[in-house]
Each structure stands twice: as structure tokens, then as C-alpha cells.
Design a protein around this ligand. Structure first.
Ligand SMILES: Nc1nc2c(c(=O)[nH]1)N[C@H]1C(S)=C(S)[C@@H](COP(=O)(O)OP(=O)(O)OC[C@H]3O[C@@H](n4cnc5c(=O)[nH]c(N)nc54)[C@H](O)[C@@H]3O)O[C@H]1N2
Ligand SMILES: Nc1nc2c(c(=O)[nH]1)N[C@H]1C(S)=C(S)[C@@H](COP(=O)(O)OP(=O)(O)OC[C@H]3O[C@@H](n4cnc5c(=O)[nH]c(N)nc54)[C@H](O)[C@@H]3O)O[C@H]1N2
Ligand code: SF4
Ligand SMILES: [Mo]
Length: 767
């Protein structure tokens, strides 16, 4: 029970036991970042519960939030900067040495080769402030190449959305009459607030429908009104057939389209050529079901579709991203409650400005979508002999050796680089290849937030205060980046001092001084995140210093959407409005609404000519017309199975949780396969199975389940991380999926990997 010897005394004299106090924070294990309250005993998170006052999650959590102490207190935590020695071991160095040598390393590459450093990462599921401060480092060191995990999942989608909307769109699943999950299992992967509550509500409502398109009978499929068990990799045929039924049965929202879209006739003509019966056959869904679903979609007041990895990491990925959007738009599902909408951003995660005019990667010629180099190109580029190849890597809050295709290639690429640095909380597979490893304070040891704010009409954000001080020598990224910027002499006292003094006088004086300094000195303006941290930071409540850059983001939001920020309840004009928004964020760990829109203004957020939906994408309409001749068969006698390499499950959380004991189920991350396949292989649950793909081979433990389609097998994501429970030799638990994948197995436009469709062979392993 509680130890009252630890008791604190409050100003009112009341005795409080600190271990019984609840502290507000958020779960960092998926993009939902559900608000939670935790109890602490020393540095241990002892209890976790949903925060009912939270603006978005309203008390909701899944089973994973209860386990966040395994992230905070993992034995793999880094406590000191480290430098790689020639024999591959790591030597602890002090911060001054680390900053000086990292700075010199980056400058050296720039002097020898020009702008050839690639910045990768910048944030995971719960932390985006690091990437914000990295913008200062990138500007200071002249690093323009960049990428992150979005460029192995969402760039095909971004390519399509940029062309259709000039903006990112999101469905309103809380209100949608019909919700469609396409290669998405929100029961486990979430992706919108209170996912399980919402799924159950739709499922229970006779007037609403849940449509799930997935070869596996997932937990979401179990709740569905219509579960379409599509054959793996054939979603394009299913969607093309659905669109063709809309044409044949004249179900499109023609009047709405003529007013709001460009290119409906061309798009409709392409769908009309689709051979419905043939495509039904190819995707394994009978024609009658396709017609029923098409009619249900057409009859709905509102439809929202969520595509995710099941189609983004499978054949025809970019085409699929287009086809389902075209169908939703043909039925008028934009800008009304329950349908698709564009939204504001605190800081945009995508850049659609160049959409349609993408630059090409200088080494591989791949489109650089949304400013991000394709992940599948990074290692190949570095390992090539192209004179423009990337020579150095700056990696932050990402584990690409483990999370990108073909791990071995990324490992080699890191060793080939002339310089590499990793900022992480843990000694990851990637850190183990880097020249320098810099320890970050954990997401519970600094202020944090994310820019996953996609909601409409109200868009919300929550800035979390830290629970604990940084472990050992670790530092918040804000401090690391600012020191790197300072190492170049870019922020001197003459820039900093006037702003510090102004910050003491309040936001108004600070805003005026900040505008003056950054206008007078553009090179200081370019590193403004670091400048804010050094000047406004010290005036913020203890532990919140690294939230300072959010003042800049609040200013930008207030400048761009003044009416909507005011409508959200923030007062003032100009910079005062931005400061009021920032102050509201600082004071509300339960979250704030930062913009409030009306559905009537939804089209205002489009960045297309005349703010109309660009329905026709000629290149993809060509691909649609060619689909009857396309090959859909990727298995062979040698590799007869389709492996879905990286499924989301109850206890998977990307590479965030290294300690395997956090898993309450599925400890080794089983290979799931159907009863018929298990029988023909002669294996039962618990048996060892060797899985071999064109990329590699591994042994997994089998789980026989009737949720899998024959010929389709699945391995979880986030397994195969090394960890030493007792601090000794590290042990690897489960299969690292990217030991089985290849960088060239990917979408032709976006180069997103086809991890959900890896040809594979299985063999029982005798023990
Ligand atoms: N528990 C947990 N939640 C997470 C994460 C995590 O690691 N663990 N990661 C987060 C991240 S980064 C992301 S991107 C999301 C991803 O979230 P999801 O995309 O929902 O996750 P997956 O399980 O990878 O894939 C979804 C589904 O695709 C199906 N699928 C496989 N092949 C095909 C196909 O050919 N066609 C169709 N239609 N479906 C197919 C699979 O059966 C699976 O059910 O999850 C987020 N949430
Ligand atoms: N085969 C296969 N591969 C996949 C997938 C798949 O389905 N199949 N899914 C892909 C997807 S969708 C994604 S999004 C990627 C995700 O893979 P990554 O982009 O590598 O991201 P995470 O796994 O979230 O790793 C985050 C890293 O951040 C570190 N970290 C945690 N907190 C902090 C912090 O506060 N500061 C810093 N600096 N570091 C911190 C963690 O230790 C971890 O090393 O994986 C991809 N890889
Ligand atoms: S893992 Fe679960 S509790 Fe954590 S943010 Fe995601 S949905 Fe919320
Ligand atoms: Mo992801």
C-alpha cells in the first residue's frame, strides 16, 4: 500500500501521498494519443486510466495504454551520448564533445559534397516536437533532403490527394452513415478517436452500415454489416467493379458533381468500361454482393472511407488510393457531416504545394512526393555510385534499419555513409550502425505533442506537460538541436538577449521583438524554432521550455485562419490571437479546439484550381482502363503463399516497445495461417514454421486460425527487436518482418513497399 513517509504537504496543509496523485499525459503508442492519467511511484508509472476530461478521447483507451511504463522504463534507454569506435563498440562521450563532433561531421560532408545529407524521421506516434526543432538544424546545416515513414505508406495517397484536393482529407467516422475500412483494422490500429466505441455504435445502429474490405476476418470485420473478403492484392478490381455498378445503375450524384468537380464525364466513362463479372471473379467477391454494396453506398447520406496499409502496401496501391476516392466523390461525399473533409493543420505533415510538379530524386528518378524521398530508395541510392548520392544520414525518432524494407541493405547503407547520427531514447538496430548516438529524453520527460490533428469542423490539439525529469544525461530534442545550431555561431547574444528581455515583458512585447529580429536577420528567422526555445522557453512553466516553438505554430495558424481560431474561443487580433491560442494550449493538458469551421466552408480548404475537386487523374484513368490486362498473380510454385508482413495486433506498437514482456498475448508474434494450410503443412498452433521469401528466411511460431484465408499468412509488425532483460546479451524475440522484404517490391509511382503482399514459402521445422 502507500508509504506515507513519502507524503508531500500542500500549501493548505493537507497531506498528500504523491503516489496517489493522478497526472495528465497521453498514450504514445499510436497516433490517437489518447489522454490518460497516471500515478507515479518515483520514476515508475504504476497506474494508467483514461482521462475523461480529454477533448478527443473522452476517457477511452485500449489495452496498450496500461503498459506505457515498459516504454518509459525500458532497460534499453540511452543515458549518455555515444561515439562509435573503429571496432564497432560505443564510447560514452560528454555532450560538448558530441555536439562539436556531430557539427563538424555534418559540416565536413557539406564541404566535400554539398547538400548530400538526408534527414530521416522527426517523430513517432506521440512526439512531433523533435522534428519541429530539427527544422532549425536542417536550415543551419543546409540539409534539404528529407524523408520519414510517411514515405513508405502515405505518399501514394498524398500523390492522389494532392491532385484531387490539393489537401489532406479525412473521414468523419463518428457521424458517417456508412463507414468503409479498406485494408484497415481500426479495432487494433485505431486511427480515429474512440475507435472501438465508434465501430460498435455503427454496428449496433440499423440505419448505419459498416463495410470492411479485408482478406482476413479481423475484429473489425466481425462487427461489419458487409465484410468483403477480397483476395489479397485485388482491391483495384473490386473497387473498379463497384464504380462500374454506379455507372450501370446510374447512381452518381450528377448535379452535385457538375457544380463541385472537374472531370466527372471522363472519370465516369473510364469506370463504364470495366467488365464487372470478370473483375468480381478476379477479386473473389460475387457480383451480387458488389451490387448490394454499391447500392448501399449510393443510398447513404454520408460515406467515409479509411484506406490503410492493407491497400497502401499492396499491388495497385496508388490506383486503389484513387479509385475509392473517385467513388466517394462520384456519390457526393465531400464537405458534409459524416463525409470526407479537408482540415487545418498545426504544422502540416504533408506539403501539397508541389503536387503535380513533383521534383525527381536526383539519384533514382523517383517522384519526391510531398517533399519526401521514397523510403524504398534511400538505401539503394546510398549504395549506388551515383555522384549525387546521399553521403550522410541524420536520423531522429525512427528505426529505419528495422522498419524499412530489406533491413540488411539499410544497415550497409549506414555503414557506407561518411557520417551518421541517431537521436533516440533507445539503443536501436539503427543506432547500432550510427557514428554518433544522442540520447533523447523520453516522451514523459519533456513537453510533447503531435501534429496528427485531422479533425473537422473542430480541430483539436493537446500539449502534454512532462511527468519526470530527463533520465541520465538525456536531453529534449529542442536542446540538442539548439546546441547544434549554436555550434555554428548562428544564434549569438545580440539576437537572443533582446528577445529574452521582451519575453519577460509578455507576449505582446515578445511578438514585436521577434518580428523585428527575424525580419532583420533571415538566417536567424530560418532557425526560429531554436530561437524561440532559447528566448521564450525559459519564461514558460518548468518542464515546458521545449513547447516554445508551438508559439510559432500558433502564430501561423492564427494568421492563416483568424476567423476559425476566434470561432474556437480564442481572443485577440494578429499576433495577440496567436499568443492567446498558444497560452490556451499551455494551460490545457486536456486539449483545446484550435480552429472551428462550418461544413459550408469545407471547399475553402481545397487548394485546387477554382477550389473544385479534380476528379479525373489521367494517368490513373489510363491504368484503370488497362486493368483488364494487368497481372494480379504474384505467387508461384516456388512461393505459393502471400505473406502480410507486419500486421497490427493487440500488443504491437511499431518499434516503440522494445521490452518483449510488455505483451500480454502472442509473446513471440505468431505466423497466422488458415486451418487448411496448416493441415497441408502438417502443423498445429505452437509449431515452428520456416518462412522463406525472395528477401530472406526466418522461423516463426504458428497460430492456426479460421480468420485467415487459404493461401494468406500474416506476421505482426514491431517484432524482432533485440532487448536484454537483465542487461546482458541482447535477445531477439519474434521475426523482424523486414528481414523478409525487398526494396524493389513496391508501387511504381510512390515506391511504397508491398509489405502486405510478399510471396512466400512455408515449411514445418522439426525440433
Ligand atoms: N496496435 C497497433 N496499432 C497501430 C500500430 C501498431 O504498430 N500497433 N501502428 C500504427 C501505424 S504506424 C499505422 S500506419 C496503422 C496501420 O493500421 P492498419 O493498416 O489497420 O494495420 P495492418 O494490420 O498493418 O493492416 C490492415 C489490414 O490490411 C489487411 N490486408 C492485408 N492484405 C490486404 C489486401 O490485399 N487487401 C486488403 N483490403 N486488406 C489487406 C490485413 O489483413 C489487416 O487486417 O496502425 C497504427 N496503429
Ligand atoms: N514490413 C513492414 N514494415 C513496416 C510496417 C509494416 O506494416 N510492415 N509498417 C511501417 C509503418 S506504417 C511505419 S509508420 C513504420 C514505423 O517505423 P519508424 O518510423 O521506425 O517509427 P517507430 O517504430 O515509431 O520508431 C520510433 C523510434 O523512436 C524512438 N523514440 C521513442 N520516443 C522517442 C523520443 O521521445 N525521442 C526520440 N528521439 N526517439 C524516440 C523509439 O525508440 C523508436 O526507435 O514502420 C514501417 N515498417
Ligand atoms: S494505443 Fe490505444 S490507448 Fe494508446 S493512443 Fe492508441 S488507441 Fe489510445
Ligand atoms: Mo504507419
Amino acid at each position: 500500500m502507500t508509504d506515507l513517509a513519502d507524503a508531500d504537504t500542500r500549501p493548505d496543509g493537507e497531506q498528500v501521498d504523491p503516489t496517489m496523485e493522478w497526472h495528465k499525459t497521453a498514450c504514445v503508442l499510436c497516433s490517437n494519443n489518447c489522454g490518460v492519467e497516471v500515478r507515479l511511484d518515483g520514476r515508475t508509472i504504476t497506474r494508467v486510466r483514461g482521462n475523461k476530461a480529454h477533448i478527443a478521447s473522452k476517457g477511452y483507451t485500449c489495452e496498450k495504454a496500461l503498459r506505457i511504463d515498459h516504454y518509459q522504463n525500458a532497460r534499453s534507454r540511452l543515458t549518455s551520448p555515444m561515439k562509435r569506435m573503429p571496432d564497432g563498440s560505443y564510447l560514452e562521450v560528454d555532450w560538448d564533445t558530441a555536439i562539436a563532433e556531430v557539427s563538424a561531421g555534418l559540416v565536413g560532408v557539406r564541404e566535400r559534397h554539398g547538400d548530400k545529407t538526408l534527414y530521416y524521421g522527426g517523430g513517432g506516434q506521440g512526439n512531433h516536437l523533435g522534428g519541429f526543432y530539427a527544422s532549425a538544424t536542417r536550415a543551419a546545416f543546409g540539409i534539404t533532403r528529407r524523408s520519414n515513414a510517411l514515405a513508405q505508406e502515405k505518399t501514394g495517397e498524398a500523390w492522389v490527394e494532392g491532385r484531387m484536393f490539393g489537401a489532406h482529407t479525412h473521414g468523419e467516422f463518428h457521424e458517417a452513415e456508412v463507414a468503409v475500412f479498406l485494408g484497415k483494422n481500426p479495432w487494433h490500429s485505431h486511427g480515429f478517436d474512440e475507435s472501438r466505441r465508434v465501430l460498435k455504435a455503427i454496428s449496433a445502429d440499423p440505419d448505419r452500415s459498416l463495410i470492411v474490405i479485408d482478406p482476413r476476418r479481423t475484429e473489425t470485420a466481425d462487427l461489419a454489416d458487409h465484410w468483403l473478403a477480397v483476395k489479397p492484392g485485388t482491391d483495384a478490381f473490386l473497387l473498379a467493379a463497384l464504380g462500374a455498378v454506379l455507372m450501370e445503375e446510374d447512381l452518381c450524384a450528377t448535379t452535385w458533381l457538375n457544380e463541385n468537380a472537374v472531370g466527372p464525364a471522363e472519370t465516369m466513362a473510364a469506370f463504364a468500361t470495366v467488365p464487372i463479372a470478370d473483375f468480381a471473379d478476379r477479386c473473389g467477391i460475387d457480383e451480387a454482393t458488389i451490387r448490394t454494396v454499391a447500392r448501399r453506398l449510393a443510398a447513404a447520406e454520408s460515406v467515409s472511407v479509411y484506406e490503410d496499409l492493407g491497400v497502401e502496401m499492396a499491388p495497385f496501391s496508388t490506383l486503389v488510393s484513387y479509385l475509392h476516392r473517385a467513388i466517394s466523390m462520384l456519390l457526393g461525399n465531400f464537405g458534409k457531416p459524416g463525409a470526407h473533409v479537408a482540415h487545418t493543420w498545426l504544422i502540416p505533415l504533408f506539403n501539397y504545394a508541389a503536387s503535380g510538379r513533383e521534383s525527381l530524386d536526383p539519384v533514382t528518378g523517383t517522384a519526391v512526393i510531398s517533399g519526401m524521398a521514397a523510403c524504398n530508395d534511400i538505401a539503394d541510392g546510398i549504395l549506388s555510385d551515383h555522384p549525387d548520392r546521399t553521403r550522410a544520414l541524420f536520423i531522429e525518432s525512427a528505426n529505419p534499419v528495422h522498419s524499412l524494407a530489406q533491413s540488411e541493405k539499410f544497415r550497409q547503407a549506414m555503414r557506407r555513409c561518411e557520417f551518421s547520427v541517431v537521436i533516440d531514447v533507445a539503443m536501436t538496430e539503427t543506432a547500432l550502425q550510427a557514428d554518433y548516438v544522442l540520447p533523447a529524453a523520453s516522451q514523459y520527460e519533456k513537453a510533447e505533442t503531435t501534429f496528427f490533428s485531422f479533425s473537422f469542423p473542430d480541430n483539436r490539439t493537446w500539449l502534454r506537460p512532462p511527468l519526470l525529469t530527463p533520465l541520465g544525461e538525456s536531453l529534449p530534442e529542442a536542446e540538442i538541436h539548439t546546441r547544434l545550431v549554436e555550434s555554428l555561431g548562428l544564434l549569438d547574444d545580440s539576437d537572443v538577449e533582446p528577445l529574452r528581455r521582451a519575453a519577460q515583458q509578455g507576449y505582446e512585447a515578445f511578438a514585436a521583438a521577434f518580428a523585428e529580429v527575424t525580419a532583420a536577420n533571415p538566417s536567424v528567422g530560418a532557425v526560429s524554432a531554436a530561437l524561440l526555445y532559447r528566448t521564450l522557453g525559459p519564461t514558460l512553466p518548468a518542464g515546458m521550455e521545449n513547447a516554445a516553438a508551438m508559439w510559432g505554430s500558433a502564430q501561423m495558424v492564427a494568421q492563416k485562419y483568424p476567423d476559425q481560431v476566434q470561432a474556437a474561443g480564442h481572443e485577440g487580433e494578429g499576433s495577440a490571437l496567436g499568443s492567446a491560442l498558444f497560452d490556451a494550449m499551455l494551460r490545457n493538458p486536456d486539449g483545446v479546439v484550435f480552429t472551428r469551421h462550418q461544413h459550408d466552408d469545407a471547399f475553402d480548404l481545397l487548394r485546387t484550381p477554382d477550389q473544385k475537386i479534380q476528379l479525373a487523374i489521367p494517368q490513373l484513368l489510363d491504368e484503370l482502363r488497362e486493368l483488364p490486362n494487368a497481372n494480379q498473380q504474384h505467387t508461384s510454385e516456388e512461393f505459393p503463399f502471400v505473406l502480410s508482413a507486419g500486421e497490427r495486433r493487440a500488443f504491437t506498437a511499431n518499434d516503440i516497445m522494445r521490452d518483449p514482456s510488455w505483451r500480454k498475448k502472442d509473446p513471440e508474434g505468431a505466423l497466422r495461417l488458415s486451418p487448411a494450410d496448416a493441415e497441408s503443412l502438417g502443423v498445429t498452433t505452437g509449431a515452428r514454421v520456416r518462412i522463406t521469401t525472395p528477401g530472406g528466411t526466418a522461423v516463426a511460431v504458428a497460430e492456426v486460425t479460421d480468420t485467415m484465408m487459404d493461401g494468406h499468412v500474416a506476421l505482426p509488425n514491431g517484432l524482432g527487436l533485440s532487448y536484454s532483460p537483465a542487461g546482458g546479451e541482447p535477445e531477439v524475440t519474434g521475426v523482424a518482418p523486414n528481414e523478409l522484404t525487398l526494396t524493389d517490391w513496391c508501387d511504381p509511382i510512390a515506391k511504397t513497399p508491398w509489405h502486405k503482399h510478399v510471396p512466400a514459402r512455408l515449411e514445418p521445422v522439426d525440433r
